[in-house]
Design a binder for this molecule. Structure first.
Ligand code: CA
Length: 222
C-alpha cells in the first residue's frame, strides 16, 4: 500500500484529501506545518508528498528545496491556492513533480497521484493497484472486489472480465474482444460464455454496472 504524506494546514481540505485517498486504497499521514512535513518527508517512509505552499511556519517551496537539498527524491505534488504562474514555474524548478491549484476536483488529484506513483520506478512494488467505478472497487493485488463496504471473492475469469471493463470505462467491448482478452483461445467458438459471465458479474457487482449494447456487446456504465 502506498503511503502518502499530506501537508495541509486547512483542516477541511486535509480531511477531504485523507478521506478520498483512503477510500482509494492509500495510507495517509497528515501534518499541518512545514517543520513536521520536512522531518517526515526525509524519513523514507513515504511514497509521495502532497505539499500545500501556504503553511503557517514556512513556505512550502522552502520545504521542497530543503527536501531536494537533502537528497530526498520522493515525488512531490504541490497544492496551492495561488493561481500564479510564477509560483508554478519556481515550484517546478524547485523539484516538484506536479502542481495543482485550489479549488480542484478530487478525480484530477487522484489521476496525478497515480501517475506520480507509477512513474516512480523505485517504489513500483508498493504502487496501489485499485480500480474504481460506481460503488465497486477492484483490488488488483488481492484480486478481490469491494461492493459498497462488502469484499467479494471473484473466480479468476470473472475478475479478469471485470478488470477488462474497468480498464475501458464507457467503451463498448464486443463479445469477440472480451473472448480474446479474457479467454484467449480457451473457449468454444459460438459459445455464449461471455453472456453467461457478464450475468455472473451483474449478480455479484450490481445489475447496473455493465450495460448491454444491443447487437454490439457490453460496456461499463458511464
Ligand atoms: Ca494553506
Amino acid at each position: 500500500m502506498a503511503h502518502i504524506l499530506i501537508t495541509e494546514d486547512e483542516p477541511r481540505i486535509a480531511a477531504f484529501l485523507e478521506k478520498g485517498l483512503k477510500s482509494h486504497g492509500y495510507a495517509t499521514t497528515t501534518v499541518g506545518d512545514a517543520h513536521a512535513a520536512l522531518s517526515l518527508a526525509i524519513s523514507d517512509e513515504f511514497d509521495l508528498l502532497i505539499l500545500d505552499l501556504g503553511l503557517p511556519d514556512r513556505d512550502g517551496l522552502e520545504v521542497l528545496s530543503d527536501l531536494r537539498g537533502q537528497g530526498a527524491n520522493l515525488p512531490v505534488l504541490i497544492l496551492t491556492a495561488r493561481d500564479d504562474i510564477q509560483d508554478k514555474v519556481s515550484g517546478l524548478e524547485g523539484g516538484a513533480d506536479d502542481y495543482m491549484t485550489k479549488p480542484f476536483r478530487f478525480e484530477e488529484l487522484l489521476a496525478r497521484v497515480r501517475v506520480r506513483l507509477r512513474t516512480d520506478n523505485n517504489k513500483s512494488a508498493s504502487q496501489p493497484l485499485m480500480m474504481v467505478a460506481h460503488n465497486v472497487m477492484l483490488d488488483l493485488r488481492t484480486r478481490k472486489a469491494k461492493v459498497d463496504d462488502q469484499w467479494i471473492e471473484l473466480p479468476s475469469r470473472e475478475f479478469i472480465l471485470a478488470e477488462t471493463f474497468f480498464q475501458h470505462p464507457g467503451q463498448v467491448l464486443s463479445r469477440q474482444q472480451l473472448l480474446d482478452r479474457v479467454w484467449g483461445y480457451d473457449y468454444d467458438p459460438g459459445s455464449n460464455i461471455v453472456d453467461v459471465y457478464v450475468g455472473y458479474l451483474r449478480k455479484k457487482l450490481g445489475n447496473a454496472l455493465i450495460e448491454t449494447v444491443r447487437g454490439v456487446g457490453y460496456r461499463l456504465a458511464a
